[in-house]
Design a protein around this ligand. Structure first.
Ligand code: ADP
Ligand code: ASP
Ligand code: MG
Length: 409
């Protein structure tokens, strides 16, 4: 007997036909003794549509984070109900459960919640009754029972966490691509599918914008030791396994992939005093407001006046809140100005192999230079290098860097 968690993303359940097809496929692949837990996302672009709806009431609806969660959790509730009806229509016993009903307990960080623990008692009981259990992804409830969503792409994390809590035999992420590629196949036509990728590399790819997996889901997989199988909803191709280490020849690549992120914004606080505690006074209130700061550059502006510029990037969704906070701090610090740039994007390379290989950064910068692309800000980690470029140059940058590290055969 195998217990399998299967997650289907928004594009996989984007219409009632697709929902029917998912149900048919799952039933046809299920062995009689298998126990199946489905985790599903909202249909198609539902989450985006709900956000747009909220924006018609207030242009920065994320300031009402609890209500955003109340709104966004409805998307997944539609798909679990419909998918369960599809199973039943096909003669299969099934039941739908919301995230809280499945035991997803989160902290109270609305719209960016973290799973604190899972007690999937109800899921286990329903499996024992012979049901396929269809759980709403992306959602849980906090201590007082309020709905909390797990951040965009959060159904991936729901699935991996549930697989861990249920000690599942496997966790499959079904999506509209047939695995993890060396770059987003929508941007890079020559991207190559990988048979395997390590948690660390996938985590870095995801953190740097490869939206195919939510970063926290990969973290969760690593933490719980759950291999994650990413595969296509629409074909039977083998997909990619995310796991601790390679078992195959793919070790040889120094660079595993190129990631890009268009949802970034640059903030520059110009002319702040160059004294101890200044960085804290800017970044502490941002942290308190749950704004993640990414690339940070501090430069000397004017040695005589002892002032400096602080430049950093954040997720563009956080810009409204961040700007309010930074304007206030800048005012308190007598800064000269706060500048905001939305017209930027981050392009990165990822690979554990780059640790012992000098010259990788130079090759990346060279590829961008040859393509005539200017680099605004650079940042590095042990296994990645990122460059901030103009948004208009982003796709060209991905293509140029990909060609450098994965030349066409
Ligand atoms: P789902 O709705 O199934 O959760 P997502 O849209 O969240 O699907 O993720 C799948 C998309 O991720 C793909 O359509 C692809 O454009 C994008 N993507 C970005 N980077 C990569 C990558 N390196 N490999 C595969 N897909 C990627
Ligand atoms: N529906 C949510 C989103 O669009 C969660 C997910 O799809 O994973 O972000
Ligand atoms: Mg997704």
């Amino acid at each position: 007997m195998a217990l399998i968690v299967k997650k289907f993303g928004g594009s996989s359940v984007g219409s009632t036909e697709k929902i029917m097809n998912v149900a048919k496929r799952v039933i046809s692949e299920k062995k009689p003794e298998d126990q199946i837990v489905m985790v599903v996302s909202a249909m198609g672009d539902t989450t985006d549509d709900l956000i747009d709806l909220a924006k018609k009431i207030n242009k920065d609806p994320y300031r009402y984070e609890r209500e955003m969660d109340m709104l966004l959790t409805t998307g997944e509730q539609v798909s679990i109900a419909l998918l369960t009806m599809a199973f039943k229509t096909l003669g299969q016993k099934a039941i739908s459960l919301t995230g809280p009903m499945a035991g997803m307990h989160t902290d109270s960080t609305h719209t960016k919640g973290r799973i604190m623990d899972i007690t999937p008692k109800r899921v286990e009981e329903e499996l024992k009754k012979g049901n396929i259990v269809v759980v709403a992804g992306f959602q849980g409830a906090d201590d007082i029972g309020d709905p909390v969503t797990l951040g965009r792409g959060g159904s991936d994390t729901s699935a991996v966490a549930l697989a861990g809590a249920l000690h599942a035999d496997s966790c499959e992420i079904f999506t509209d691509v047939d695995g993890i590629y060396s770059a987003d196949p929508r941007v890079e036509p020559d991207a190559r599918r990988m048979k395997e990728i390590t948690y660390d590399e996938m985590l870095e790819m995801a953190r740097l914008g490869a939206g195919v997996m939510q970063p926290r889901s990969v973290e969760m997989g690593k933490h719980m030791g759950i291999p994650i199988h990413v595969r296509s909803t629409f074909t039977n191709k083998p997909g990619t396994i995310i796991r601790e280490d390679y078992t195959m020849e793919e070790k040889d690549f120094v660079i595993r992939g190129v990631a890009h992120d268009a949802k970034v914004a640059k903030v520059a606080v110009l002319g702040v005093p160059n004294n101890p505690g200044i960085a804290r006074s800017i970044f502490m209130p941002l942290a308190d407001a749950h704004v993640d700061v990414d690339m940070i550059v501090q430069s000397i502006r004017n040695i005589e006046k002892n002032v400096t510029d602080m430049v950093f990037t954040i997720a563009s969704d956080d810009l409204g809140r961040a700007k309010e906070i930074v304007d206030k701090v800048a005012n308190d610090l007598n800064a000269i100005a706060v500048l905001v740039e939305k017209d930027v994007a981050k392009v990165s390379i990822v690979g554990a192999g780059m640790l012992g290989s000098p010259g990788i950064a130079a090759r990346m910068f060279g590829a961008l230079a040859d393509a005539g692309i200017n680099i605004d800000v650079i940042s590095t980690s042990e296994i990645s290098i990122s460059c901030l470029v103009k948004k208009a140059d982003m796709e060209k940058a991905v293509n140029a860097i990909h060609e450098e590290f994965f030349p066409k055969k």
